[in-house]
Design a protein around this ligand. Sequence first.
Ligand code: ADP
Ligand code: ZN
Length: 743
Amino acid sequence: MLAHEDVLLNRARLIAETPIPAVERAGVLLPLPLTGPYDYKLPHGINAARGMLVAAPIGSRESLGVVWSSPEGNVGDNRLKIAEPLEGLPRLPATLCDFIDWVAAYTLNPPGAILAMALRSRGAFEPEARRIAYVKGDTVPARLSDARRRVLTVAEDGLARSVPGMAEDANVSPAVVRGLIQRGALKPTELPEFAAFRTPDPQFAAPELNPDQKSAAEILRGAVKEKKFSAHLLDGVTGSGKTEVYFEAVAEALRQGKQTLILLPEIALTVQFLERFAARFGIRPAEWHSDLSQKERRRVYRAVMGGECQVVVGARSSLFLPFAALGLVIVDEEHEQAFKQQDGAIYHARDMAVVRARTENCPVVLASATPSLESFVNAASGRYSHLKLASRHGVAELPEVRILDLRHEKDTDENAKWLSTPLRHALEQTLAAGEQALLFLNRRGYAPLTLCQACGHKFTCPHCSAWLVEHRYRRRLACHQCGYEIAAPNECPECQAKDTLIACGPGVERVAEEFAHFFPNARYAIASSDTLHGPAETQAAIRAFAKREIDVLIGTQIIAKGHHFPQLTLVGVIDADLGGADGDIRARERTFQLLHQVSGRAGRAEKPGLVLLQTRNPQDAVMQALANSDRDGFYEQERLYRERVAAPPFGRLAAIVVSGGDGEQVRVIARQLGKAAPPAKDIKVWGPTPAFYSLLRGQTRERLLVQAAKGVDMQAYLRAWLANVKIPAAVRAAVDVDPISFF
Ligand code: ADP
Ligand code: ZN
C-alpha cells in the first residue's frame, strides 16, 4: 500500500469524513511555525482523518498535532515516527481546519502558526479529571441522629453532591457526612470535571420590537434558518436597538440547536454585555478572552468542541475555537480597530469572521452605528444585506452637535486654555440643571510633551521614536509605546537649566486640572485606558458616574463606547482635530467614527443632548458631517475619494515592516527587499521608508507598502517577492495584508 496513490490524492479534496487511505501514514500539522504538515505513521488499525488530534514526537519532545493531509511520502518508512491519537476527544472540525488553511494562505503565515492560535488552550486536551461526589447508598443505619437524618433527607433527591456541598445543604458538619459514607449510607459516584453549560432560553425575555427592528430581525431569523452563508450589515444609530435585533438571531440559532459566536472588540465591554445577555436569555453566555483562567479556558474549549456550549462571547481569538455546529457569527462594533491583531500573525478579526462564516456556511452579522467604509461599500453594492435602524428606540432623540471654532473664540479668562467660553457656559448650565457632562480628549496623561524653554530639549523615549508623556499625579514621564518611565525631572538634562521645563499640550489630567479650577465644587473623575490609572479605577469611575456620584467624567476613548448614562446631556470634545495622521487613508473615517460614538453618549434618555466640538478646522468634512448629522453624505464622499485614489476597498494594500535591533542591518535588508520587488502590472511598491515609529521598543523599523489593483493576487505576488530575498535571523519582515494602521 504505498505512496504513489497517496501522492496523487489532492490535499484540497480531504475533508474530515473521508478517511485518508494510507492507513499508516498521514501529514500531521504541528502548532509551530513550520512550512507545512510533516509525515508521521499512525498506529495499526487507526484510520487517519483530517482534524484528528494526536501526540506527535518532534525532536526530543512531544507536541500536540492534528492530522491534516495526505502524507508527502518523501521520507522512508523506517524513519517516520509514530503519532498517537489522543483518546476521548472529538476531532477538530474539518471546517476549522479549512479556515486555518485559508487564514494562513491569506495572511502569508505558516499554517502551523495559525493552528497554534486554535490550540492555545493549554490543558484542553488532557484527560478529564473526574470529580467524586456522593449519592444515597444502599444501606440505611438502624439508628439515626437528627443530623444524619437531615443528610439522608437531602440526598433523597438523587443529586450527586460533594462532601462540603452535602454538609451545607443539610446544615450539618462535614464529619456527619463522612460518617454516613463510612457506613455505606452514602456512596461515591463520578461526575464530569465541569458542571454542564446550561442552554440560554430563547423565550426568556423577548422584547416587543418596533417596526424597523422587526423587519431586520425577521431577515436575520430567516438567514439563520436557511443555514447558508450570508452577510448582513446591521446599521443603526447608537441606541436604536441593534443588540436587541441580533439577539433575535441568536434566539433563532438556539431554537435550531446551532452555536453562536459574538465577537466584541474589547474585554472591557464584556462584563456589561454578559449581564445584558443574561437579562434577555436567562443565563450568561460563555466568555473567551485572554483574562480567563486556564481552568475556565479548558472548560469552555471542551464544551465548544463537544457542542454543549451554545453561545460564546469573545475577543478576536474566539474566532479559532472548534465549534461543533456554528450557526451564526456576530461582530459587534464591527468598525473597531481593535479587531485587527497587530502582533504575531497579523489578521483582521472582522474580515476573518466573514471567512469563518463562509467556511461554516452560516450567516454573519456586522453591527455598527458607524460601519467601516469597506462594509458600507459591500452593503451598498448588495454583497451584504443592509439592515437599517433609523432612529433611537423610544423617546430618545439624537443630540444636537455644534462646532466651536477655536480660531475665533477669544477667551475672557487667561486661565482657560482648553475649555473655551461657550463650553464653560454649557458646563455651568448642565451642572445647574443637575445633569451630567462628559469631557472627551483622546490623550492619556497630563501633557504629551515636555520641553526645555532654554535649549529646546524634548524628552523622548530612548527605545522608541516617541515623546515621553507627563503623568503629573504620579510625577513620572512615561513612554506610551513601551512603558519606559523616568521620574519627572526638575532640570534640563541637556543644558542643566532649572525651572525651564514646560508641559506642552493637554492630556486628560490637564483638562481635569483646568476643570477643577473653574468648577471647584463639581464632582469629577478621570477615566482613561491607562495602565497607569488601572482598569479597575476606570471601571469604578464609570460606575460612579452611572450612579450619579460624580457630575463630570473626563476621559479618553474608553468612555466612548457601550455605556448608557441617562442623565448625561452634555458632551464636550476638547480637541476634535486629534487623530488625523497624515498619509493614513483611514484617518478621516476613524475620526468620524470616534467622534460620532462619543457624541452618541449624550441624551440617551428623555432629556435632549448637546455636543460641542472644539476644532480649528470647522470646514473639515468630518466636522461638517457631524454638525449636520449627515453620516451617509460623509461616507459617500469618502467612498468617492477612495475610489479615485484606488485605495481599499477599491484597490488592495499590503505592508511589509522590516525590523530588528541593528538599525543599519534593518535599513540594508529593507533596501534589498525593495530592489527585489518583481515588476508587475497593476502593482506599485513604495519605500522602504522609516515607519512612523521608526524606533519601537528598541527595534528599528522600515516600511514598504504594496499598492495593487483590486483583481491582483496580492498573496501570490508577496510570496514570489519574499522568496527572492534571504532575511537573516536577526531581522524580521512582518507582512500585513490589508493594513489599517500606518505606524
Ligand atoms: P444599540 O445596540 O443599537 O446601541 P441597544 O440594543 O443597546 O441599541 O438599545 C438601546 C436601549 O434601548 C437598550 O437599553 C435597549 O434595551 C433598549 N431597547 C431597544 N429596543 C428595544 C425594544 N424593542 N423594547 C425595549 N427596549 C428596547
Ligand atoms: Zn518607548
